[in-house]
Design a protein around this ligand. Structure first.
Ligand code: FES
Ligand SMILES: [Fe+2]
Length: 421
């Protein structure tokens, strides 16, 4: 559990908040590259409780600005995108990709007003079919070299959804292995039946995994160790990359899986589900997506078919439950969103009763609290710096003999052992 003050510290991400300041120091995905085309419509983007506008200029460069026109605050998302600049439709101020105001037609001829005004603009990178933005202060950190940022676009499938809950609730669920065999049990059974999926069968054999944590320069390895009926160990080693990314273990034959959970504001977040193959195009059977997202062809921009909220209990299907479905929720990741939203937009973590199965999230909170306090005290943002590479960070799905040590199979160094808990 956290004190009310600690909870507020790590869930408040708006402008000027300590956590908001820290989180802005990391590159975040903002929108798909395909959403903006040269001289096409600008797109409004909301992140960390602030509004921005993204556009692609005539020459292909991307501009990423504060949304409000510097003159009198009209949305630049309404603006004209032409001639390598964006022009506000109210009084016609023209702003180039660097954020410099270059024309103020509403002022008398000869005015030098334009040259003195600049809009806040932010560095961007295009990778994995996404436009990433850095909204921080000071020196821009290296762009993270995750494997999915380095593969061809045909090796990727990225699905996003918006949810009405704090980024922390959604992120915590991604690293909570112990819920998988319970909350998602129907979908696991289905997957096991359809694809002889070994992972699904193993997850259901031991519902109370023992966590072992190894801290790293960027977060930690969280090993959920399950003991199988034949005494072999099934070890799922997730990677937590602070503050909002997790790599989740998958079966060998399925695409690798990464979660990125980005705050829209304190009470809303975007969950990017990133699937990729290291060495071959994405050619997944559509049923793979049906179990996870509810349809063979999920809406890539918002798969979450929100069937309501607390007033109708998210459309939970009690008839399906009578007939054997554990949750009555229509898809695996919808289950995560429903339980996250049911906790309230920001759960009061001083009211929790945490157990051994919560070890991964307890450690994530420790990492976050230390990171935010260090950053407040003038230290660099945690998990960044020239010596840190994400090139080999990978989740592990291991079946081991009793007594074997999962740490032997890691690709990235550990810093501090927390041991079995
Ligand atoms: S508000 Fe944009 S030009 Fe006046
Ligand atoms: Fe889940």
């Amino acid at each position: 559990m956290l004190s009310k003050e600690e909870n507020e510290l790590i869930t408040s991400v708006g402008p000027g908040t300590p956590m908001g300041n820290l989180m802005r120091q990391y590159w975040v995905p903002a929108l798909r590259t395909s959403k903006i085309e040269a001289d096409g419509a600008p797109v409004r983007v909301r992140l960390f409780g602030e509004n921005f506008v993204a556009f692609r200029a005539t020459d292909g460069r991307v501009g990423f600005f504060d949304e409000a026109c510097p003159h009198r605050g009209v949305s630049l998302a309404l603006g004209r995108n032409e001639d390598c600049a964006i022009r506000c439709i109210f009084h016609g101020w023209k702003i180039d990709v660097s954020g410099q105001v270059v024309e103020v037609p509403s002022e008398p001829a000869g005015s030098n007003m334009a040259s003195k005004i600049k809009v806040n603009h932010y560095p961007v990178q295009e990778a994995a079919g996404l436009i990433w933005v850095w909204l921080g202060q000071g020196e821009v950190p290296a762009f993270p070299d995750y494997e999915f940022n380095r593969v061809p676009l045909e090796n990727l499938k990225i699905i996003q959804a918006k949810t009405h809950t704090s980024w922390l609730q959604i992120m915590e669920t991604t690293i909570d292995s112990s819920h998988v065999g319970i909350l998602h049990q129907n979908w696991l059974k289905y997957m096991a039946g359809e694809s002889r999926d070994d992972v699904s069968m193993r997850l259901r054999q031991d519902l109370s995994p023992v966590y072992e944590i190894e801290h790293t320069d960027y977060g930690f390895h969280a090993a959920a160790v399950r003991t199988m009926a034949d005494k072999t160990l099934y070890v799922r080693v997730s990677q937590y990359i602070a503050p909002f990314i997790s790599f989740i273990p998958v079966a060998d034959e399925t695409p690798k899986f990464t979660n990125i959970v980005v705050p829209i504001d304190d009470e809303h977040s975007i969950h990017w589900f990133v699937y990729h193959n290291a060495d071959k195009p994405m050619n997944q059977d559509p049923s793979f997506f049906e179990t996870r997202f509810g349809t063979n062809e999920p809406d890539l921009d918002n798969f979450y078919d929100n069937k309501g909220g607390v007033d109708n209990m998210w459309g939970q299907d009690r008839e399906a439950m009578k007939n054997g479905h554990f949750t009555g929720v229509y898809a695996l990741f919808a289950e995560d969103f429903v339980i996250g939203e049911s906790q309230g937009a920001i759960f009061d973590r001083s009211k929790e009763k945490l157990g051994r199965s919560d070890t991964a999230i307890i450690n994530a909170r420790k990492v976050l609290l230390k990171a935010v306090q260090d950053y407040q005290n003038g230290k660099p943002a945690f998990g960044q710096g020239p010596s840190i590479s994400f090139q080999h960070v990978d989740a592990k799905n291991l079946v081991l003999e009793a007594g074997d040590n999962w740490r032997k199979y890691l690709d990235t160094p550990v810093k501090q052992s927390v041991g079995a808990v």
